[in-house]
Write a protein that binds this ligand. Structure first.
Ligand code: ADP
Ligand code: MG
Length: 672
């Protein structure tokens, strides 16, 4: 069994074909391997096969028996019933199905079947009511009607039953038996079962323990492959020497820092030291600088840029959007122009001509001819917003440059280690002193009107308000969750009849969106009702209140990001977290927002409490998720990382494990 077979397109697999391959693509299944790795999300525990003489009315049972006789009957009310008598070596019992007359064609007398269902009282006789059934294949255990039955994520036209059938016959193929890509020793040391056994046990477990151990193997495997490729990238990076060491003249730096209009925080000083140590080496830096919006990353980047320029190098600062590029450009101008440093801006609409010490740009710059030849330092803001391709291009343009990546997305440590295992981490975990905290309150429904009164006062003071709703349109299934459109109507007409209320959501044309936003920015509307799209870089310093409806539906990291839209001006700002929920766990979780103003801390807490699922909400963050492993499994994450480092230390090219090598290379795309 080779990786090649595992990689073969699903449509080429015997008895699957193009129609199913189209349906399976909806489940992200494209290859044989994807199908084998489509794991059950739960199991029905049907239990052992009972003998027919031991059945009692009311029992849910699994049995194996033969059809003795079978016939259709029409009742006087016109209903079609199918009656069958089945027997095993101990006894016989009746079965009944409703409106399935075709059963008499498939379940002929003499057919051996497995059944599962409830024993009811029908016509005063113990009867299996509408049981599920399956044919018993010689030499194969039932997979649908007894034991532990896997239930899969399904899609239209692909049922769990279909998946069970396919997976069972695939696993019965002999060519899978000895496939393994993890080294024997690694498995032994970590007490993990082999690949084939694990697959059998996760799809068709014989008991819950074997299923659990199988999942452990796949969790290990998943993390191990991620770590292996991250460590491999890291090693390759470390081998690419020839970076220009960017040395520092202590006094010069101290001078620069003392001329800043503020004192650096302890955290800023710490990360700066980490960065300077890296810059001093001839091995290119590859560091991720994490910190909330406003924690002072840009200033740190400016100091690093200053050092580079002092060393005669050029600097490139990449931003994911034109707005951010403009912002960085202005900040750098203020901080560095007084030192005679030239800064150029390079975006889709503005392309500075000439030679500069520092180039601030969007991805347009990456492929441009103007990309500076003498780049010693590349700074990337919000790198996960750049595609894999763009990042690879950027790297190829500055192979020997020092790289500093900045991110305001609060990524808990175990996630960062797994997803960015090749980067060194620097974290700014405090905000500059004097920063006004955004006063945050969880508001139960009894206090809603008081909050509205507060908003009225703020509007009278000339302030502006954001109101965030999770949905655009009302939803039938989530009747209690307020939608942006409905809320907007109500607020505009009933609650704030004298106030201009704007509406913003993702399904509006971009021209409409711009109009609404510009009106709000210009103060022509006082309230903006919006879906969470305002999360991304909207700056209205005059907004003083952020109100979030159905706030329990958001992750804390996301709430924090939304909250960060206010508190940008001089005056005190507020965040109201509305919830109709009276569940203590939910309100306690939300109350953490009252206590913390640090995104990373909130993300860590949320991860611990709820798992990674809804940490960031929408797809905007672009962070990958794990299939089997859990970012909360700190011990495993560190253990796996050690193993990956060790194995590459001993055998950098993985010569002794060609299959693992193949897997790793396949995996070497920067996680997205
Ligand atoms: P980030 O890039 O992390 O969002 P910035 O570097 O843009 O943060 O800083 C946000 C604001 O705080 C800027 O106006 C900056 O001048 C200011 N600032 C940065 N560091 C400090 C500090 N140590 N003390 C006071 N203000 C600071
Ligand atoms: Mg910033």
């Amino acid at each position: 069994m080779q990786q090649k077979i595992l990689s073969s397109p699903i449509g080429k697999i015997e008895s699957i074909g193009p129609a199913y391959s189209h349906r399976l693509s909806k489940l992200n299944i494209y290859t044989l391997e994807d199908l084998l790795y489509h794991f059950p999300n739960r199991y029905d525990i049907l239990g052992h096969v009972s003998k027919l003489n031991s059945l009692n009315i009311g029992d849910k049972v699994s049995v194996e028996a033969s059809i003795w006789q079978i016939k259709n009957i029409r009742t006087k009310y016109g209903k079609l019933l199918t009656f069958a008598t089945i027997n095993d070596e101990t006894s016989s019992i009746e079965c009944v199905w409703f409106n399935q007359p075709y059963l008499t064609k498939s379940l002929k007398p003499g057919t051996k079947i497995g059944l599962s269902g409830k024993v009811g009282n029908f016509n005063n006789k113990p009867t299996l009511i509408s049981p599920d059934y399956e044919y018993i294949h010689p030499g194969r255990k039932p997979i649908h009607t007894s034991g532990i039955v896997p239930i899969y994520p399904e899609t239209k036209g692909v049922s769990s039953k279909w998946l069970r059938n396919k997976l069972r016959s695939l696993l019965d193929r002999q060519d899978f038996l000895d496939y393994e890509f993890l080294p024997d020793q690694l498995l032994k040391k970590n007490r993990l079962p082999k690949w084939y056994k694990s697959l059998c046990d996760i799809h068709f477990p014989t008991n819950s323990k074997s299923e659990k151990i199988a999942r452990e193997r796949f969790a290990f495997e998943e993390l191990f492959l991620l770590q292996l490729s991250a460590q491999k990238r890291k090693n390759e990076w470390n081998e690419s020497k020839g970076a220009t060491p960017l040395t520092t003249d202590q006094e010069d730096i101290i001078d620069f820092i003392s001329n800043l209009p503020f004192e650096l925080t302890k955290a800023q000083n710490r990360v700066l030291k980490e960065i300077i140590t890296d810059l001093n080496k001839d091995k290119p830096m590859n560091r991720l600088l994490q910190g909330d919006v406003g924690s002072g990353k840009t200033v740190v980047a400016a100091i690093a840029s200053y050092i580079a320029v002092r060393n005669g190098s050029q600097v490139v600062l990449m931003a994911p959007t034109e707005i951010l590029a403009n912002q960085h450009y202005k900040t750098l101008l203020t901080l560095l122009k007084p030192y005679g440093i030239n800064i150029g801006l390079w975006t889709a609409t503005k392309k500075s001509k000439g030679e500069y010490n520092i180039y601030v740009g969007t991805h347009a710059l990456i492929t441009s001819k103007e990309f500076p030849k003498n780049t010693g330092l590349i700074i990337v803001d919000e790198q996960h917003k750049f595609g894999v391709e763009q990042r690879a291009q950027l790297r190829s343009r500055g192979v020997s440059s020092h790289f500093l990546t900045m991110s305001a997305t609060p990524i808990p440590r175990t996630m960062a280690l797994t997803l960015y295992g090749d980067l060194d981490l620097s974290i700014i975990d405090e905000l500059p002193i004097g920063r006004k905290e955004i006063k945050t309150y969880v508001v139960p429904k009894q206090k809603r009107n008081k909050a509205y009164d507060f908003i009225k006062e703020q509007i009278l003071k000339g302030k502006q308000i954001f109101i965030i709703c999770p949905l655009i349109d009302p939803s039938e299934t989530l009747a209690s969750v307020r939608s942006a459109k409905e809320e907007w109507k109500k607020l505009d007409n009933e609650i704030f009849p004298d106030v201009n209320v704007g509406l913003l959501h993702g399904r509006m044309k971009s021209k409409e969106k711009d109009d609404v936003l510009n009106k709000f920015k210009a103060g022509k509307s006082s309230i903006l009702v919006s879906t969470p799209i305002v999360e991304v870089g909207i700056d209205v310093p005059n907004a003083s209140v952020m109100m979030i409806e159905a706030s329990e539906r958001f992750g804390l990291a996301q709430l924090h990001q939304i909250r960060g839209r206010v508190g940008r001006g001089e005056s005190q700002s507020y965040c109201f977290l509305f919830t109709e929920s009276e569940n203590k766990d939910i309100t306690n979780r939300l109350k953490l927002m009252e206590k913390s103003q640090l995104g990373l801390q909130l993300a860590e807490l949320d991860l611990k409490m709820r798992g990674p699922g809804q940490l960031y909400g929408t797809a905007q963050h672009g962070l990958p998720s794990l299939k089997v492993a859990d970012f909360r499994d700190t011990k495993l994450i560190y253990r796996v990382r050690d193993e990956a480092i060790k194995i590459l230390d001993n055998d950098p090219l993985l010569k002794s494990s060609p299959r693992l090598r193949e897997k790793m290379l396949k995996n070497i795309v920067t996680p997205d």
